[in-house]
Design a protein around this ligand. Structure first.
Ligand SMILES: [Zn+2]
Length: 238
């Protein structure tokens, strides 16, 4: 794997993204956590119990690939989730976890984010699968993500939050921002009487346009006709 950033650069990036997540309302208090590969043997992760909107570069924790601190620091309580994500996806360099309110509210209401509503989301990431509820801070949670993350760069964790993985931490943030913005628009449309989904033909054309536009990132709709078909079902509970 290629590591384009120095450890010092990564430390600054994680602080910048922690602040952005807080300012954009994607996390509250000490919520959320971030992890990035420094090299083939070490991860840089956010510390436990810290307000992510107010981190400084010296507060971040260096761990081995199993999440054991190498510098005496106390890594995130969700470190095992990040370890599981990065183990399952050797092709990515970074992982992010947050509690974006519009996205999570869909999960609380039992409305899936797998329906195709916003064309830009269909073209780029496809749709957002929901992983069934697992107790935060336990082994249940990392175990529940190992297989689903192989098929999607973004997962909605039922009643909890979102995880994203990408080639660098800024792109993890980009996915979070895109999904939360789409959830917000969908939520507003539902207040106005209902968000209409794209029909099957529109979805097929959008997925095809990925190839024409040269968009190469992972897309949950690209290789799965059954998922494409179900994404045009009406937007409702269950
Ligand atoms: Zn969480």
């Amino acid at each position: 794997m290629n590591y384009p950033y120095s450890e010092a650069e990564l430390r600054q990036q994680l602080c910048d993204i922690g602040r952005m997540m807080y300012e954009r309302g994607f996390i509250g208090a000490a919520d959320g956590n971030l992890a990035a590969r420094i090299d083939d043997e070490r991860l840089l992760v956010t510390p436990a119990g810290v307000l992510k909107g107010f981190m400084t570069p010296d507060m971040l924790v260096v761990t081995d690939l199993d999440g054991n601190a190498l510098d005496g620091g106390r890594p995130s309580t969700e470190i095992k989730m990040h370890v599981a994500l990065l183990q399952a996806r050797p092709d990515v360099s970074a992982a992010l976890h947050a509690h974006p309110p519009y996205t999570v509210s869909f999960s609380l209401a039992g409305i899936p984010l797998t329906r195709c509503v916003i064309p830009e989301i269909v073209v780029t990431i496809g749709n957002v699968p929901t992983v069934p509820y697992a107790t935060p801070g336990t082994e249940e949670l990392p175990d529940s993500l190992r297989e689903p993350i192989k098929k999607s760069d973004v997962l909605l964790l039922e009643r909890h939050g979102i995880v994203t993985v990408a080639d660098e931490i800024w792109n993890c943030f980009k996915l979070l921002d895109m999904v939360e913005h789409a959830a917000k628009i969908t939520h507003l449309a539902m207040q106005l009487g209902g968000a209409k989904v794209l029909d099957r033909e529109q979805v097929e054309k959008l997925v095809q346009s990925r190839y024409d536009l040269g968009i190469g990132q992972r897309n949950t709709l690209a290789d799965d006709a059954a998922v494409r078909a179900s994404c045009s079902l009406p937007l409702r509970r269950g």
